[in-house]
Design a protein around this ligand. Structure first.
Ligand code: KG4
Ligand code: ZN
Length: 336
């Protein structure tokens, strides 16, 4: 069946048509309109501007996704929309648009959790991937470890107690002068620095839990930058980025090592925008090799926010009959 996915949880308006079922998992279109250039002027996402930009883009992007896929709304068997978590005003644009389309054309509507959608991107990349597996979602808003027991059942077994990994990259990147979002630029710069140059606290919580805390790391990096600036100096950005990246990578490897042992999993799925980070990817790939665990990570375009992953997750919500009606609301919280 053809599923129309709609995504507007943060700063990307996206619509996609995927074909799922009968052994098929195929992306027919995946149109993403990024607002990054607009938000860059402010050093981060401005929620009100994001909502307005979604309103301006959503109809055009949706019809572009249908046209590119070579289908019309009458071919669509289900509309899947990100309903939570995210920026509430931004989410409401997608939810209301999807509700109107579904109601006007008599198409079933399913709500999708954005974090679960990041994991579902892996189904599109790996056509034979099936649960159970362990998933690590690292994005601008999330750092969470899940035991995925079936397509729609996730148990969170660990995660951040404060900031997300992506936010940690973006914040320090901004302070050392990189445009928003800094993640990809820091990824590159880290290759040019000495990862032992600065001593920074690990974001891995002590003990055999699966939790992280990025706030202490952020503060430590800020203190290094500020104390050098007070002396009229600038820290070596490449060294700081390399050291900062290393403690994040080491923390993720440490906790995923524990997670693999605890859950006795055979597969690890890495998902979310920060899964694009080459240092994280390589380190987790090596860990999986050592542990004899299959490593699955969607390609870069499916790691960052997109509607194909929403459509894929929506297919499994459709199969379990999780339908919404016109009373569907958006929520900022990750509450399921
Ligand atoms: O999943 P995503 O597109 O949006 C959210 O759901 O949050 O993730 C965006 C985050 C941003 O923080 C961005 O800096 C980060 O992903 N990111 C990266 C890389 N590419 C994107 N972080 C580290 N290394 C990268 N290569
Ligand atoms: Zn996301």
């Amino acid at each position: 069946m053809y599923i129309l996915g709609i995504e507007s949880s943060c700063d990307e308006t996206s619509a996609s048509v995927v074909s799922m079922g009968d052994g098929e998992r195929k992306i027919l279109s995946n149109i993403v309109a990024s607002q990054i250039e607009t938000h860059r002027l402010y050093g981060g996402v401005v929620p009100e501007i994001a909502s307005r930009a979604h309103i301006e883009a959503i109809s055009k992007i949706t019809y572009e996704a249908l046209d590119t896929a070579g289908v019309t709304l009458s071919d669509i068997g289900c509309i899947a929309v990100t309903s939570h978590p995210g920026l509430i005003g931004a989410l409401l644009v997608g939810v209301n648009f999807a509700k109107s389309l579904a109601f006007a054309h008599g198409i079933p509507l399913v709500p999708v959790n954005h974090v679960k959608a990041h994991v579902a991107a892996a189904y599109l990349e790996y056509p034979s991937l099936e649960p159970p597996f362990t998933a690590l979602v690292v994005s601008g808003g999330h750092t969470s470890i899940y035991e995925v027991s079936d397509y729609t059942t996730f148990r969170e077994i660990g995660g951040t107690r404060d900031d997300a990994a992506g936010e940690a990259f973006d914040k320090i990147g901004r302070v050392i002068g990189m445009p928003y979002p800094a993640g990809a630029a820091m990824d590159k710069l880290a290759y040019e620095g000495n990862s032992e140059a600065f001593k920074l606290p690990s974001p891995a919580m002590q003990g055999d839990n699966l939790d992280f805390s990025f706030s202490g790391l952020k503060t430590a990096a800020l203190n290094i930058i500020n104390s050098q600036r007070q002396k009229g100096e600038e820290p070596n950005a490449a060294d700081l980025t390399a050291s900062y990246t290393k403690v994040i990578v080491d923390a993720l490897v440490k906790k995923m090592n524990i997670a693999i042992e605890k859950s006795n999993t055979e597969r690890l799925v890495l998902a979310g925008g920060v899964a694009a980070n080459s240092h994280i990817r390589t380190a987790l790939e090596q860990l999986c090799k050592k542990k004899k665990v299959e490593f699955c990570r969607p390609s870069l375009s499916l790691c960052s926010d997109n509607a194909a992953m929403v459509a894929a997750a929506g297919y499994f919500e459709y199969l379990r009959g999780n339908f919404a009606n016109t009373s569907l609301n958006a929520s900022a919280l990750d509450e399921d």
